[in-house]
Design a protein around this ligand. Structure first.
Ligand SMILES: Nc1ncnc2c1ncn2[C@@H]1O[C@H](COP(=O)(O)OP(=O)(O)O)[C@@H](O)[C@H]1O
Ligand SMILES: Nc1ncnc2c1ncn2[C@H]1C[C@H](O)[C@@H](COP(=O)(O)O)O1
Length: 219
Protein backbone atom coordinates (compact mmCIF):
# COMPACT_ATOMS: atom_id res chain seq x y z
CA UNK A 1 0.00 0.00 0.00
CA UNK A 2 1.24 3.53 -0.63
CA UNK A 3 2.93 5.30 2.26
CA UNK A 4 0.58 8.31 2.02
CA UNK A 5 -2.57 6.21 1.72
CA UNK A 6 -1.47 4.38 4.85
CA UNK A 7 -0.41 7.53 6.73
CA UNK A 8 -3.77 9.24 6.16
CA UNK A 9 -5.90 6.07 6.35
CA UNK A 10 -7.52 6.66 2.95
CA UNK A 11 -9.80 3.64 2.34
CA UNK A 12 -8.55 1.30 -0.43
CA UNK A 13 -11.86 1.33 -2.26
CA UNK A 14 -12.29 5.11 -2.40
CA UNK A 15 -13.52 6.77 -5.58
CA UNK A 16 -12.39 10.39 -5.85
CA UNK A 17 -13.52 12.49 -8.80
CA UNK A 18 -11.83 15.71 -9.93
CA UNK A 19 -14.11 18.46 -11.23
CA UNK A 20 -13.48 21.90 -12.68
CA UNK A 21 -13.49 23.92 -15.84
CA UNK A 22 -11.47 23.06 -18.95
CA UNK A 23 -7.73 23.60 -18.41
CA UNK A 24 -7.86 24.13 -14.64
CA UNK A 25 -5.61 21.14 -13.94
CA UNK A 26 -7.82 18.07 -13.45
CA UNK A 27 -5.72 15.62 -15.49
CA UNK A 28 -2.51 16.76 -13.80
CA UNK A 29 -4.10 16.35 -10.37
CA UNK A 30 -5.55 12.96 -11.34
CA UNK A 31 -2.10 11.71 -12.37
CA UNK A 32 -0.31 12.97 -9.24
CA UNK A 33 -2.95 11.79 -6.79
CA UNK A 34 -3.18 8.35 -8.37
CA UNK A 35 0.62 8.00 -8.26
CA UNK A 36 0.81 9.04 -4.61
CA UNK A 37 -2.12 6.92 -3.46
CA UNK A 38 -1.41 4.04 -5.86
CA UNK A 39 -4.95 4.22 -7.17
CA UNK A 40 -6.23 3.48 -10.67
CA UNK A 41 -7.01 6.38 -12.99
CA UNK A 42 -10.06 7.04 -15.11
CA UNK A 43 -9.25 9.62 -17.81
CA UNK A 44 -11.27 11.38 -20.49
CA UNK A 45 -9.68 10.17 -23.73
CA UNK A 46 -9.66 13.42 -25.69
CA UNK A 47 -7.46 12.18 -28.58
CA UNK A 48 -9.72 9.24 -29.34
CA UNK A 49 -12.98 11.21 -29.17
CA UNK A 50 -14.51 11.06 -32.70
CA UNK A 51 -16.80 14.08 -32.16
CA UNK A 52 -14.83 16.64 -30.16
CA UNK A 53 -13.02 18.38 -33.04
CA UNK A 54 -16.18 18.49 -35.12
CA UNK A 55 -18.14 19.79 -32.13
CA UNK A 56 -15.80 22.77 -31.68
CA UNK A 57 -16.25 23.59 -35.38
CA UNK A 58 -20.05 23.35 -35.31
CA UNK A 59 -21.73 23.20 -31.89
CA UNK A 60 -25.27 22.95 -33.27
CA UNK A 61 -24.52 20.02 -35.54
CA UNK A 62 -22.58 17.90 -33.04
CA UNK A 63 -23.76 18.76 -29.48
CA UNK A 64 -26.14 15.86 -29.13
CA UNK A 65 -23.75 13.30 -30.62
CA UNK A 66 -20.95 14.45 -28.35
CA UNK A 67 -23.07 14.31 -25.17
CA UNK A 68 -24.26 10.78 -26.00
CA UNK A 69 -20.67 9.76 -26.65
CA UNK A 70 -19.47 11.19 -23.30
CA UNK A 71 -22.37 9.56 -21.47
CA UNK A 72 -21.50 6.15 -22.93
CA UNK A 73 -17.78 6.60 -22.14
CA UNK A 74 -18.42 7.68 -18.55
CA UNK A 75 -20.84 4.82 -18.01
CA UNK A 76 -18.22 2.33 -19.25
CA UNK A 77 -15.70 3.85 -16.84
CA UNK A 78 -18.24 3.52 -14.02
CA UNK A 79 -18.67 -0.14 -14.87
CA UNK A 80 -14.89 -0.62 -14.79
CA UNK A 81 -14.71 1.03 -11.34
CA UNK A 82 -17.52 -1.18 -10.08
CA UNK A 83 -15.82 -4.32 -11.41
CA UNK A 84 -12.41 -3.42 -9.94
CA UNK A 85 -14.06 -2.38 -6.66
CA UNK A 86 -12.84 1.20 -6.31
CA UNK A 87 -9.46 2.72 -5.57
CA UNK A 88 -9.88 5.29 -8.40
CA UNK A 89 -9.10 8.88 -9.23
CA UNK A 90 -11.44 10.06 -11.94
CA UNK A 91 -10.67 12.95 -14.31
CA UNK A 92 -13.98 14.87 -14.44
CA UNK A 93 -17.34 13.80 -13.02
CA UNK A 94 -20.40 12.73 -14.94
CA UNK A 95 -22.37 15.49 -13.16
CA UNK A 96 -20.51 18.15 -15.16
CA UNK A 97 -21.69 16.73 -18.49
CA UNK A 98 -25.28 17.52 -17.69
CA UNK A 99 -24.91 20.33 -15.11
CA UNK A 100 -22.45 22.38 -17.15
CA UNK A 101 -22.00 21.34 -20.78
CA UNK A 102 -25.36 20.01 -21.97
CA UNK A 103 -27.24 22.74 -20.06
CA UNK A 104 -25.02 25.50 -21.40
CA UNK A 105 -25.54 24.40 -25.00
CA UNK A 106 -29.29 23.95 -24.47
CA UNK A 107 -29.59 27.43 -22.89
CA UNK A 108 -27.63 28.99 -25.75
CA UNK A 109 -29.65 27.17 -28.42
CA UNK A 110 -26.70 25.13 -29.72
CA UNK A 111 -28.49 21.96 -28.57
CA UNK A 112 -32.13 21.86 -29.59
CA UNK A 113 -34.95 21.32 -27.10
CA UNK A 114 -35.89 17.84 -28.33
CA UNK A 115 -32.28 16.64 -28.23
CA UNK A 116 -31.78 18.11 -24.77
CA UNK A 117 -34.95 16.41 -23.47
CA UNK A 118 -33.84 13.08 -24.93
CA UNK A 119 -30.36 13.49 -23.44
CA UNK A 120 -31.57 14.43 -19.95
CA UNK A 121 -34.10 11.61 -19.81
CA UNK A 122 -31.38 9.12 -20.79
CA UNK A 123 -28.99 10.65 -18.25
CA UNK A 124 -31.56 10.47 -15.45
CA UNK A 125 -32.52 6.89 -16.29
CA UNK A 126 -28.86 5.81 -16.30
CA UNK A 127 -27.28 7.93 -13.61
CA UNK A 128 -29.78 9.34 -11.14
CA UNK A 129 -30.63 5.94 -9.69
CA UNK A 130 -29.53 4.01 -6.58
CA UNK A 131 -27.64 1.68 -8.93
CA UNK A 132 -25.11 4.37 -9.79
CA UNK A 133 -23.03 5.04 -6.66
CA UNK A 134 -21.82 8.57 -6.05
CA UNK A 135 -18.08 9.10 -5.53
CA UNK A 136 -16.71 9.27 -1.99
CA UNK A 137 -15.38 12.75 -2.68
CA UNK A 138 -15.48 15.37 -5.41
CA UNK A 139 -12.41 17.62 -5.53
CA UNK A 140 -13.38 20.91 -7.11
CA UNK A 141 -10.47 22.81 -8.68
CA UNK A 142 -11.06 26.53 -9.05
CA UNK A 143 -9.00 29.42 -10.29
CA UNK A 144 -9.20 32.91 -11.78
CA UNK A 145 -10.37 33.00 -15.39
CA UNK A 146 -7.07 34.52 -16.59
CA UNK A 147 -5.03 31.73 -15.04
CA UNK A 148 -7.31 29.09 -16.53
CA UNK A 149 -7.10 30.70 -19.99
CA UNK A 150 -3.32 30.79 -19.85
CA UNK A 151 -3.31 27.08 -18.99
CA UNK A 152 -5.57 26.36 -21.99
CA UNK A 153 -3.06 28.26 -24.16
CA UNK A 154 -0.11 26.50 -22.57
CA UNK A 155 -1.63 23.08 -23.29
CA UNK A 156 -2.26 24.16 -26.87
CA UNK A 157 -5.09 21.93 -28.16
CA UNK A 158 -5.95 23.54 -31.53
CA UNK A 159 -9.72 23.21 -31.19
CA UNK A 160 -9.63 25.04 -27.85
CA UNK A 161 -7.32 27.85 -29.08
CA UNK A 162 -9.83 28.70 -31.81
CA UNK A 163 -12.78 28.85 -29.42
CA UNK A 164 -13.84 32.40 -28.47
CA UNK A 165 -12.92 33.68 -25.02
CA UNK A 166 -16.63 34.22 -24.29
CA UNK A 167 -17.13 30.42 -24.29
CA UNK A 168 -14.58 29.93 -21.49
CA UNK A 169 -15.94 32.98 -19.61
CA UNK A 170 -19.44 31.60 -19.64
CA UNK A 171 -18.25 28.14 -18.59
CA UNK A 172 -16.26 29.64 -15.71
CA UNK A 173 -19.33 31.51 -14.43
CA UNK A 174 -21.52 28.45 -14.74
CA UNK A 175 -19.02 26.36 -12.77
CA UNK A 176 -19.02 28.96 -9.94
CA UNK A 177 -22.80 28.67 -9.64
CA UNK A 178 -22.96 24.91 -10.19
CA UNK A 179 -20.58 24.04 -7.36
CA UNK A 180 -22.60 26.13 -4.87
CA UNK A 181 -25.61 23.86 -5.43
CA UNK A 182 -23.76 20.56 -5.77
CA UNK A 183 -24.64 18.08 -3.02
CA UNK A 184 -24.43 14.57 -4.53
CA UNK A 185 -21.30 13.78 -2.44
CA UNK A 186 -18.80 15.58 -0.14
CA UNK A 187 -16.79 18.34 -1.83
CA UNK A 188 -13.21 19.53 -1.26
CA UNK A 189 -12.56 22.90 -2.91
CA UNK A 190 -8.97 23.67 -3.90
CA UNK A 191 -7.83 26.96 -5.40
CA UNK A 192 -5.05 26.53 -7.95
CA UNK A 193 -3.22 29.52 -6.43
CA UNK A 194 -2.82 27.57 -3.18
CA UNK A 195 -0.76 24.63 -4.47
CA UNK A 196 1.89 23.94 -7.07
CA UNK A 197 2.00 20.35 -8.21
CA UNK A 198 4.74 21.07 -10.74
CA UNK A 199 7.41 22.57 -8.48
CA UNK A 200 6.50 21.76 -4.89
CA UNK A 201 7.08 18.12 -3.92
CA UNK A 202 5.23 18.60 -0.62
CA UNK A 203 2.02 19.87 -2.24
CA UNK A 204 0.48 16.48 -2.84
CA UNK A 205 0.85 15.43 0.79
CA UNK A 206 -0.96 18.59 1.95
CA UNK A 207 -3.76 17.83 -0.50
CA UNK A 208 -4.02 14.21 0.68
CA UNK A 209 -4.25 15.46 4.29
CA UNK A 210 -7.23 17.62 3.23
CA UNK A 211 -8.80 14.68 1.40
CA UNK A 212 -8.46 12.56 4.54
CA UNK A 213 -10.13 15.25 6.66
CA UNK A 214 -13.09 15.33 4.30
CA UNK A 215 -13.36 11.55 3.97
CA UNK A 216 -13.15 11.10 7.74
CA UNK A 217 -15.65 13.94 8.29
CA UNK A 218 -13.26 16.08 10.28
CA UNK A 219 -14.22 19.31 8.53
N1 LIG B 1 -0.36 22.98 -10.76
C1 LIG B 1 -0.07 23.41 -11.98
N2 LIG B 1 0.81 24.41 -12.17
C2 LIG B 1 1.10 24.86 -13.40
N3 LIG B 1 0.58 24.37 -14.52
C3 LIG B 1 -0.31 23.38 -14.41
C4 LIG B 1 -0.69 22.84 -13.14
N4 LIG B 1 -1.61 21.85 -13.34
C5 LIG B 1 -1.80 21.79 -14.67
N5 LIG B 1 -1.00 22.69 -15.31
C6 LIG B 1 -0.91 22.88 -16.75
O1 LIG B 1 -2.15 23.44 -17.21
C7 LIG B 1 -2.56 22.85 -18.43
C8 LIG B 1 -3.94 22.21 -18.25
O2 LIG B 1 -3.85 21.17 -17.28
P1 LIG B 1 -4.74 19.86 -17.38
O3 LIG B 1 -4.36 19.03 -16.19
O4 LIG B 1 -4.62 19.22 -18.72
O5 LIG B 1 -6.21 20.49 -17.18
P2 LIG B 1 -7.65 19.84 -17.32
O6 LIG B 1 -7.50 18.35 -17.24
O7 LIG B 1 -8.43 20.41 -16.17
O8 LIG B 1 -8.20 20.31 -18.63
C9 LIG B 1 -1.48 21.82 -18.81
O9 LIG B 1 -0.59 22.45 -19.72
C10 LIG B 1 -0.78 21.55 -17.49
O10 LIG B 1 0.58 21.19 -17.67
N1 LIG C 1 -19.85 16.90 -21.74
C1 LIG C 1 -19.05 17.67 -22.52
N2 LIG C 1 -19.57 18.42 -23.49
C2 LIG C 1 -18.80 19.20 -24.29
N3 LIG C 1 -17.46 19.25 -24.19
C3 LIG C 1 -16.91 18.49 -23.22
C4 LIG C 1 -17.66 17.69 -22.35
N4 LIG C 1 -16.80 17.07 -21.49
C5 LIG C 1 -15.57 17.49 -21.84
N5 LIG C 1 -15.64 18.33 -22.89
C6 LIG C 1 -14.51 18.91 -23.63
C7 LIG C 1 -13.86 20.08 -23.00
C8 LIG C 1 -12.42 19.95 -23.42
O1 LIG C 1 -12.21 20.55 -24.69
C9 LIG C 1 -12.22 18.43 -23.55
C10 LIG C 1 -11.56 17.78 -22.37
O2 LIG C 1 -11.89 18.42 -21.17
P1 LIG C 1 -10.79 18.79 -20.04
O3 LIG C 1 -11.52 19.67 -19.08
O4 LIG C 1 -9.63 19.44 -20.71
O5 LIG C 1 -10.41 17.46 -19.45
O6 LIG C 1 -13.50 17.91 -23.72
Amino acid sequence: MSHLRNKFAIPDQSVITIAGTVGVGKSTMTEKLAQSLQFHTSFEKVDQNPYLDKFYQDFERWSFHLQIYFLAERFKEQKKMFELGGGFIQDRSIYEDTGIFAKMHADKGTMNVTDYTTYTSLFEAMVMTPYFPHPDLLIYLEGDLDDVISRIHKRGRDMEQQTPLSYWEEMHERYNKWIEGFDACPVLRLNIKDYDLMNDDGAIEEIIAKIANKIHNKE
